[in-house]
Design a protein around this ligand. Structure first.
Ligand code: ME8
Length: 511
């Protein structure tokens, strides 16, 4: 088994405040980082902010700030969000850091020296909002006849001197690479889309700008700053100390997973591998793009005023219910709709009722009827073994599901066990056994604590704080919470603390 695992989120633009979409990617990546740590791997989890480009320069101007002051302020908000959401990043990179700039210039030089960059002039339809040029055939004509970018953003005809990356020469190599590495792009639908785009023919890519200053100077030609996407993508290797590939961190390359939203899959699955191949650097193992959140059926936008602020959600519902809801509600990879009622339903039905009650019922009976001590394992029935055997499969199932980013399937698998646990406790009715067969009662409660221990261990990446509490109530030491620890049974007789409910029900307060 490979001992290193590297995962990244996109680095977020600092031209607006963080919203639930950013929180979503970061939480999903956090789950995968934490799961791999739990599985005994050395993890490098990278996130951060993308701070150059014309949009940022303009946003700073609009606010009357210098670009640097402006990016310092907004980047701190993103970092604050990550901390509040319990995102266990190992490095928060900012593209305005000096070492990142040097890294970008080193990569540029490497690609240029290998003959893949030339100076030309660019004209075309440019969308400021997307920071991207579009071909005539990619534009969409609105009912009033105006042409806009596929994203709906306004486009302008621009002409400027520009350095180009010879992307057109990489078409065959990229297609061959996709064929040879069928897991490189996920989900499958996105892979087909990108392959079709490449097959339709690649144009050389403009990778510098002269129309503004807020960017990284092109080595040897300071009239040009680097195209913000060149600068941004390089963060993934500058964080590992590129061009110094002899340092420890470089063992994490190639990255195992770039997790991104679907709108930027193309930059990651096409431009990025081409840049890397041109520089003779290994290509990432996998790019997975998830879908987009809308809010109560509508696109999230500042002008509609329906932007969901993740920290407000956390204030109202608590962190772990929010983390759980986002990953449970929507099949990962597809689009989703945020609704307050849906969050409340998940919280009350699946956290408070299903998991919360199972834990509370089991632990209260152990506390009251087993002297507050973890029961010994006893003689088990076929029903006991069946349930235990299913629960013991969870680590293996989850490992496989998370390898293909099926986060929702992983949660469903855990909930199957929780539901089976509830059916088991109702049927076995240990509270009745207390008088008639106390020995059997102890066995039933021990089966239930064993089930809960497995469930709580594998759910730690999703809800770290709550599962920490549950594992403590189950008498599991902090040093016994890795997946491998599940291979050993806990000795009976440990004193357990008085159980306390972990997931309160949510009730709307009257307005
Ligand atoms: O694109 N639903 O930054 P960005 C789900 N700086 N996810 C969403 C979302 C939504 N409604 N809105 C945003 C950039 N996201 C570049 C990236 S990487 C080298 C450079 C998430 O601030 C999703 O992950 O626009 C999306 O890809 C990312 O935020 C875009 O963030």
């Amino acid at each position: 088994m490979k001992s290193h695992y590297m995962i990244t989120t996109p680095i977020y633009y600092v031209n607006g405040a963080p919203h639930v979409g950013h929180a979503y990617t970061s939480i999903a990546a956090d789950v995968m980082a934490r799961f791999n740590r739990l599985d005994g791997k050395k993890v490098f989890f990278l996130t951060g902010t993308d701070e150059h480009g014309q949009k940022v320069e303009q946003a700073a101007q609009n606010q009357g700030s210098s670009p640097q002051d402006f990016v310092d302020e907004v980047s701190a908000k993103f970092r604050g969000m990550a901390d509040r959401l319990n995102i266990s990043y190992d490095r928060f990179i900012r593209t305005t850091e000096q070492r990142h700039k040097e890294s970008c210039q080193a990569l540029w030089k490497k690609i240029a020296d290998a003959g893949h960059i030339y100076l030309g002039a660019y004209e075309g339809w440019y969308s400021l909002r997307d920071e991207c040029y579009f071909g005539e055939d990619e534009l969409i004509t609105k009912p009033d006849g105006t042409k806009v970018a596929p994203s709906g953003a306004e486009v302008k005809w621009l002409k400027e001197p520009s350095y180009f990356f010879k992307l057109s020469e990489w078409q065959d190599r990229l297609l061959e690479f996709y064929e040879l590495h069928p897991n490189f792009i996920g989900p499958e639908s996105r892979k087909n889309e990108i392959m079709n785009f490449v097959k339709s023919g690649l144009r050389d890519l403009s990778i510098s700008r002269t129309s503004f200053k807020w960017g990284i100077p092109v080595p040897g030609d300071s009239d040009h700053v680097m195209y913000v996407w060149f600068d941004a993508l390089v963060n993934y290797i500058s964080a590992l100390g590129y061009p110094d590939t002899t340092n420890e961190l470089w063992n994490f390359w190639p990255v195992d997973l770039h997790l991104v939203g679907k709108e930027i899959a193309r930059f990651h699955a096409l431009y990025w591998p081409a840049f890397l191949m041109a520089a003779g650097i290994e290509v990432p193992k996998r790019i997975y793009s998830h879908g987009w959140w809308t809010v109560e059926g509508e696109k999230m936008s500042k002008s509609v005023g329906n932007v969901i602020e993740p920290l407000k959600l956390v204030d109202e519902f608590g962190l772990d219910p929010v983390r759980f809801f986002l990953l449970r509600e929507v099949p990962f990879g597809g689009d989703g709709d945020f609704s307050r009622q849906a969050l409340i339903n998940r919280m009350n039905n699946e956290l408070a009722n299903d998991l919360g009650n199972l834990a509370q019922r089991t632990l209260t009976q152990v506390y009251r009827n087993c002297d507050g001590k973890l029961p010994q394992q006893g003689t088990v029935t076929s029903e006991d073994t069946e349930l235990l055997a299913k629960a013991k499969l969870l680590p293996i199932l989850l490992r496989e599901q998370l390898e293909r980013q099926a986060l929702h399937e992983a949660l469903e698998e855990v909930w199957k066990i929780i539901r089976a646990g509830n059916a088991y406790i109702d049927y076995q009715a240990p509270w009745k056994l207390r008088k008639t067969d106390p020995e059997r009662m102890a066995v039933v409660l021990r089966v239930l604590t064993d089930i809960l221990r497995i469930v709580a261990t594998v759910l730690q990446p999703f809800m770290p704080d709550s599962m920490d509490k549950l594992l403590t109530q189950l008498g599991v030491e902090v040093s016994e919470r890795q997946l491998v620890d599940l291979e050993k049974d806990l000795p009976g007789g440990r004193s357990l603390p008085e159980p306390k409910g972990i997931f309160p029900r949510f009730t709307e307060t009257e307005a």
